[in-house]
Design a protein around this ligand. Structure first.
Ligand code: NI
Length: 217
């Protein structure tokens, strides 16, 4: 199989697996991350075969949907890539990326060190901010039966992955606990630039949200 065929098959596989998932980690999230990873990856001269496979598989079995077991998804990805006849070096690089690309809490350092990994992580983070980030955050809160907002519950910074995973605060807090921190965590120059614009959109949105909450115009 040639690389393009493998990428196409993987897109089809990701779509079939994730279609209809309602928490914000659905196929269309993966689609947007894939497109953004292509955009940034080309500018950063990354190996696009690795970038595309990692982007397409990065949420294939998300830990949030598997009772917190974060070893499931690199395993699912590996099985798929082996079936496609992808070479071992590529498989382990892709699996390394999807293991590390996920966000593990504001204070937890991530260990991504290849340009391909940086690109995919940036693309994933960019989909969590801006107009799309706002939509996804509320969709996720709804799927988890969280209160839309409760002014009595203050945001908290999570020092470990465990704390982050188990947090149950209302949706707007999530902006302070994660989303507004993302622009400073971008890896690539192209990622930083796009994040800056999306950050401004969220700041404006939150200003409006809290104004409207208190009956201000
Ligand atoms: Ni993702």
């Amino acid at each position: 199989m040639n690389k393009q065929e493998i990428v196409n098959n993987t897109a089809k596989y990701a779509r079939e697996t994730l279609e209809g998932e309602a928490s914000g980690h659905d196929w269309w999230h993966v689609y947007r991350v894939w497109k953004m990873a292509q955009n940034i990856g080309q500018k950063e001269s990354a190996d696009m075969f690795i970038v595309e496979l990692a982007a397409l598989l990065h949420d294939i079995a998300d830990y949030k949907m598997h009772d917190g077991d974060d070893t499931v998804w690199p395993r699912v990805a590996r099985e798929w890539l082996e079936k496609q006849g992808v070479d071992e070096e590529t498989i382990s690089h892709v699996c390394e990326i999807i293991k590390e690309a996920s966000f593990k809490g504001a204070q937890v350092e991530s260990k991504i060190n290849t340009i391909e990994g940086k690109v995919v992580q940036d693309a994933d983070r960019l989909d969590a901010i801006g107009a799309m980030g706002i939509a996804r955050t509320f969709a996720y809160g709804g799927a988890k039966n969280r209160e839309m907002y409760n002014p009595d519950i203050k945001p908290e910074m999570h020092e470990s992955f465990e704390q982050y995973k188990n947090n149950n605060s209302p949706t707007p807090n999530h902006f302070y606990e994660k989303l507004l921190l993302l622009k400073d965590l971008m890896n690539t120059e192209s990622g930083k630039e796009i994040a800056q614009g999306r950050h401004v959109i969220m700041e404006q949105y939150l200003k409006d949200f809290f104004n409207e909450w208190e009956g201000k115009a």
